[in-house]
Design a protein around this ligand. Structure first.
Ligand code: ADP
Ligand code: MG
Length: 685
């Protein structure tokens, strides 16, 4: 049987050589392309009751001519025609522009179908389309939803409507199903032929929506299938490390912790160890809100890798974080004989050389570090696992350099900015994702207040009260992006202001231009409660953990993005005490005000990321075009996100079965994959 994607468009009625060329310019080469050229919206010609139409809305109504039409002409070809028409119980004025020829036809008592914009205050309908109901030749639009396609050049809306209708008539029945039957059942999807027909001419809104749902799912599923199949194939051929992990180790380690692991943590650890045992290299993303306890999960993974006889590296974005992870890891691994080392840029030359030797000889088991970890002269003896914290600070290149240093080490990436990341990952499909949704028990949500800058005095009093109770506070300086110098000056100013407000307290300072030693000094005196307040720039944004700090005041909060505000807020609420976040902001834009509201309303990083995405739009979120995110014909990355996730799971499950590659039921899908450039030169069987 001939396939629809092999029938050229010129086979269709009404396609001249000229039109054919135009269609090609639209990317429409075959009948299949034409059938899959979906409308981007519908025009609603369903007859309505005028009393239900809102001001300014476009609607279709039936009327009876009740007056004599009045024609005004102006200019050479311009005209305005008005006529009294009865619609339902109302007598309204129908107005046409440049349709002078209708004057003769608007005879008393004639029934007329009118589509136009309704202005109730003047009882006027500005008509864009009309037809007489007693006419032989009707447009057939009455009571339908008409598809609206993207058109241009010689391709007009009516013409392409006709073309697609003809294509459906002639070839619609030849459309074959492509989705596996089980998935059609699972989601109660329309069959493909019907969906394609109804998406072009839905009988009603419901069937249009159902048709769209089916085609959106298909689009997302095929997209995911391609990625998942590719990944499955690369797993097959990749030589990775199969670490002989024992479940016992995890239990032993967990028993030394002062708390119970949450279910989310357990699940993540489980998924990670399954990956590490396998003989291909893991590429997994661990996402969880700030404070969800990702570090412990990473520690267990590193501990397991070392017990299995490998080295592990933890890469973090800043030196402060490296120091902090170094400390907490050393503490967690105290009961073992594992050696944990710190490698940062500020390590002295001698110490650095010694450490490099240790790493190369396999004397150091775990190394924590910044970018310094990926310098050319750093070699490992047996690197088995790389953990990357807060991956948005590391580029793909940096990760791949590190990867190359080992024998295809397993890579675990941790991030606290969930949805957008997932969205990207779902879109790129090259990572597995583990998610920790819950927080450790007993954490109270952080109370967040939005104050105008004039209320600074009140905010300071509140901070003072907290400190009197033994707590500590962060004050985050406004972000000045244009200049490092201004940034520092600004931090100094804020520091002075806070210090003079609290003359009896010690107010620390932390900014990007300080030396590592100064930063370290500042952090440790804050951690030890020698300083009660820490004035800081966004360097404290990620990971810093001082559980006694219960209040964070963010100045000029409108200058920060939502995700960043949430990250900053995550610096508090890490201990047993009720914590607070004060946003000082006077945003002028609506979006800015909305952001502050979102912060006061939600403590959930997933929710915040979603709202952020909504407020900014995916383009901006991902840095517009550079994101390389796929563009879908029908699906919308944001609106159809849940379906995208489902499609991803379905596709992954399908390619994981042996029968997928062999069973005749999937032959069409496998065929479809084979034709994809991504699989050229791959052995698919
Ligand atoms: P994240 O990196 O996800 O932001 P951390 O790993 O820094 O979170 O954990 C935040 C705090 O919660 C740490 O002080 C950690 O010791 C503690 N913590 C982690 N897991 C648990 C748990 N299951 N129960 C109680 N506290 C936990
Ligand atoms: Mg962390």
């Amino acid at each position: 049987m001939i396939k629809l994607d092999q029938i050229p468009v010129k086979q269709l009625k009404g396609v001249s050589a000229l039109k054919e060329k135009e269609l090609h310019a639209f990317g429409l080469f075959t009948v299949n392309d034409v059938l899959l050229y979906f409308p981007f919206r519908y025009e609603d010609y369903r007859v309505r009751d005028l009393t239900e139409v809102k001001a300014g809305e476009k609607a279709t109504v039936i009327g009876i001519v009740r007056g004599v039409p009045i024609l005004q002409r102006y200019g050479r070809s311009k005209s305005r025609l008005t006529c009294k028409v009865q619609v339902g119980l109302q007598l309204i004025t129908a107005t046409w522009f440049n349709r002078h020829f209708l004057r003769e036809q608007l005879t008393l008592e004639r029934e007329v179908l009118l589509t136009g914009k309704w202005e109730p205050s003047r009882l006027q309908l500005t008509v864009s389309e009309s037809e007489f109901l007693d006419q032989q030749k009707s447009s057939g639009k009455m009571d339908t939803l008409q598809p609206v396609y993207s058109v241009g050049g010689k391709i007009t809306q009516p013409w392409i409507r006709k073309l697609i209708a003809a294509a459906l008539d002639q070839y619609g029945a030849m459309v074959e199903e492509i989705l596996p039957y089980a998935l059609i059942e699972k989601y109660r999807l329309m069959n493909r032929a019907e969906a394609i027909r109804l998406i072009h001419c839905p009988g009603d809104v419901k069937s249009g929506q159902e048709a769209r749902r089916r085609m959106v799912y298909e689009e997302l599923f095929l997209f995911q299938l391609r990625l998942q199949a590719y990944r499955a194939l690369s797993h097959r051929r990749q030589a990775g490390i199969a670490m002989p992990l024992q479940s016992e180790w995890i239990r032993e380690f967990a028993a030394t912790l002062p708390f119970e692991l949450t279910d989310g943590q357990k699940r993540a650890i489980n998924e990670i160890s399954v990956d590490m045992r396998r003989k291909y290299s893991m590429n997994r993303l661990l996402q969880g809100d700030v404070g969800s306890g990702k570090t412990v999960v990473a520690a267990i993974a590193m501990y397991s890798a070392v017990r299995a006889g490998f080295q592990a590296a933890l890469m973090v974005p800043t030196e402060i974080l490296a120091e902090q992870h170094m400390k907490s890891l050393s503490r967690m691994l105290e009961h073992t004989n594992m050696t944990v080392r710190l490698l940062t840029g500020s390590l002295g030359e001698r110490k650095r050389r010694d450490l490099l030797a240790e790493l190369q000889m396999g004397l150091a088991d775990i190394v924590v570090g910044t970018h310094a970890l990926i310098q050319e002269d750093v070699f490992f003896n047996k690197l088995g696992l790389v953990v990357v914290d807060e991956q948005h600070r590391f580029g793909v290149n940096q990760r791949s350099i590190l990867r190359r240093k080992g024998i295809q080490p397993d890579v675990l990436t941790m991030t606290a900015t969930p949805i957008p990341r997932t969205l990207a990952i779902t879109a790129f499909g090259d990572m597995d994702v583990s998610t920790i949704r819950e927080r450790p028990q007993g954490r109270k949500p952080i109370e967040t207040y939005w104050l105008k800058p004039q209320s600074l005095e009140r905010a300071l009093q509140f901070i003072r009260k907290q400190i009197a109770e033994g707590r500590q506070a962060y004050v985050i300086c406004p972000l000045i992006e244009e200049s490092d110098k201004l940034d520092v000056q600004n931090a100094l100013d804020v520091h002075m202001m806070i210090q003079s407000a609290f003359p009896d307290l010690t107010v620390g300072l932390l900014h990007g231009r300080m030396s590592t030693a100064e930063k370290e000094q500042s952090m440790s005196s804050f951690a030890a409660n020698e300083a009660q307040v820490l004035v800081a720039t966004t360097v404290v944004e990620v990971g810093v953990d001082v559980p006694n700090a219960t209040i964070i005041m963010i100045m000029d909060a409108e200058r920060f993005g939502l995700s960043q505000l949430h990250q900053l807020r995550g610096r508090v609420g890490r201990g047993e005490h009720q914590s607070y976040c004060i946003l000082l902001a006077d945003p002028k834009s609506e979006v800015g005000q909305e952001r502050m509201k979102v912060m006061t309303e939600s403590n959930d990083g997933f929710e915040i990321a979603r709202r952020d995405l909504e407020l900014r739009g995916p383009g901006e979120f991902f840095g517009t075009k550079q994101s390389g995110l796929p563009e879908f014909k029908l699906a919308d990355m944001v609106a159809d996100y849940e379906l995208l996730e489902q499609a991803r799971e379905d596709a992954a499950a399908l390619v994981a079965t042996e029968s997928f590659w062999k069973d005749a039921a999937y032959a069409r899908l496998v065929d479809w994959l084979r034709n994809d450039p991504l699989f050229q030169g791959e052995q698919i069987d």
